[in-house]
Design a binder for this molecule. Structure first.
Ligand code: ACO
Length: 434
């Protein structure tokens, strides 16, 4: 995908060469020096650990501006989608690049519903896990295992089965997620119900038991829709970049997404929502005030971070955190829940936002700061928080994988390095080594 506007050239002077490189301008005026030919022309590469300054691709899925706190999927502000859309509609928007018409939306919803069951042989995989297994371990393994049941999805470049593979993955992930929870608590698996929509069906599979009818709570369904919409994409973050990197080797969709799930699991990424609630519990158990905990974080000796704060890209505020904070307040009120954890979170936020340590470093609450409190109110156990993040992020991962695989200019991802190890040395026989 290289058909973008070029506004000017950047000049690089190195090793006696004076070379020009095009500056690519995106539709939101982001500018990037296209150094594709730098090494070929000069013999040098760029060094950018953690990709702080590197645009790994041109993409038309999501725009975010960390300074202005803007997040838009396919051009539509997250605030509008959060208020007016559903998760399934937002998924369609991300994956297929436009809002669906009524027949398109109904057709997509129907496909997801019809493909929500997993093969009975796959259901038996769950028996092999210990009861203590983290649901993210199960989720990633099950998603890559899907490739063994749908061998025609193995050829990533073959677009004949692409839509059905996407529908299968989106349809089955809630089932796998809910089964991993049921495994964890030793309850019987609850099979999907085709009369329920995506989010309601997930809550049903999570919380229904065969012994009595399950009463669907519409407030909970709406809250889940909102949370999944807010998590649905975030351009080239760690897990999405992982999905693209793995997929760039023409790895099938299931395996590429499984790699993204593993990346998301890390506590500095999607694992942070679990860490936030564990941090709040820990503060409560140790009887610390918000100020005392903030002091420990600033002190750095304890190696603590205020989890749910800070973001690589957002340096003013995270627009998702604003929406989630409001939704969290409203949900607890509607469900009549008073959660002391929310009071503590509010106090921590206020204390941190007044503190020069956080102000100077531009650390603000991120999407994970309040999402865990909503999940708790919905009855979701802490270990499942990152699984819910994965459910939400799935359409974003799929959209990026699809964009990458359908782009004829995509090459396998293969960064360079600057080698700092020993220069040539020789093999020493074992008996001569000291
Ligand atoms: N609490 C305390 N100090 C922090 C925090 C925090 N949450 N985040 C950053 N800092 C400090 C760092 O110690 C560092 O201080 P220094 O300049 O004195 O060394 C400075 O702020 C810059 O931090 P970096 O880690 O360099 O910032 P980076 O952009 O690499 O990291 C990250 C971003 C990983 C999100 C970080 O802010 C963090 O660890 N936050 C807590 C975990 C979290 O909430 N993750 C979820 C992110 S959102 C998501 O993935 C969905």
């Amino acid at each position: 995908m290289r058909g973008e506007a070029v506004a000017e050239n950047a000049r690089i002077h190195i090793g006696g060469h004076d070379l020009e490189f095009p500056v690519v301008v995106g539709t939101e005026n982001e500018r990037g020096i296209d150094i594709t030919n730098l090494r070929a022309k000069t013999g040098v590469v760029t060094l950018d650990p953690a990709f702080m300054n590197t645009a790994s691709t041109v993409s038309s899925v999501t725009h975010l501006d960390g300074e202005k706190g803007i997040l838009r999927y396919r051009g539509i502000p997250i605030e509008e989608l959060g208020e007016k859309s559903t998760f399934v509609e937002t998924a369609y928007l991300l994956i297929y690049g436009k809002l669906p018409t009524r027949p398109e939306l109904d057709g997509f919803q129907r496909l997801l519903t019809r493909h929500s069951m997993i093969h009975e042989d796959m259901r038996r995989f769950f028996d092999g896990y210990p009861i203590t297994a983290h649901p993210m371990a199960i989720l990633s393994a099950m998603v890559t295992s899907l490739s063994s049941f749908y061998p025609y999805a193995l050829n990533a470049k073959d677009d004949q089965y692409r839509d059905i593979t996407i529908a299968r993955l989106m349809g089955k992930l809630p089932t796998i997620a809910a089964f991993s929870y049921k495994k964890n608590i030793g309850h019987p698996f609850i099979y999907p119900r085709n009369d329920l929509d995506y989010c309601a069906n997930f809550l049903h599979m999570m919380f229904a038991v065969p012994a009595e009818p399950y009463k669907m709570n519409e407030v909970a369904v709406r809250a889940l829709n909102l949370l999944l919409i807010l998590h649905a994409d975030h351009e080239q973050n760690c897990s999405t970049s992982t999905v693209r990197m793995v997929g760039s080797a023409h790895t099938n969709l299931f395996a590429s997404i499984s790699a993204g799930i593993c990346a998301l699991w890390g506590p500095l990424h999607g694992g942070a929502n679990q860490e936030v609630v564990e941090m709040l519990e820990d503060i409560g158990e140790r009887g610390l005030t918000a100020k005392q905990f903030i002091d420990q974080v600033k002190d750095k000796k304890a190696g603590l971070r205020l989890m749910g704060f800070g973001h690589r890209v957002y340096k003013n505020f995270d627009p998702r955190a604003k929406i989630i904070k409001k939704a969290c307040d409203e949900l607890l009120q509607k469900l009549g829940i008073h959660d002391p954890m929310l009071d503590l979170a509010l106090e921590l936020e206020e204390t941190a936002l007044r503190d020069s340590y956080f102000v100077e470093r531009k650390l603000y609450p991120n999407v994970d700061f309040y999402s865990g409190i909503i999940y708790r109110a919905l009855g979701v156990p802490t270990q499942m928080f990152t699984v819910l993040f994965a459910l939400g992020r799935l359409p974003g991962w799929i959209a990026h994988w699809k964009e990458m695989i359908e782009d004829p200019t995509t090459k396998i991802g293969r960064p360079r390095q600057i080698y700092m190890g020993p220069t040539q040395t020789h093999y020493v026989p074992l008996e001569q080594r000291q």
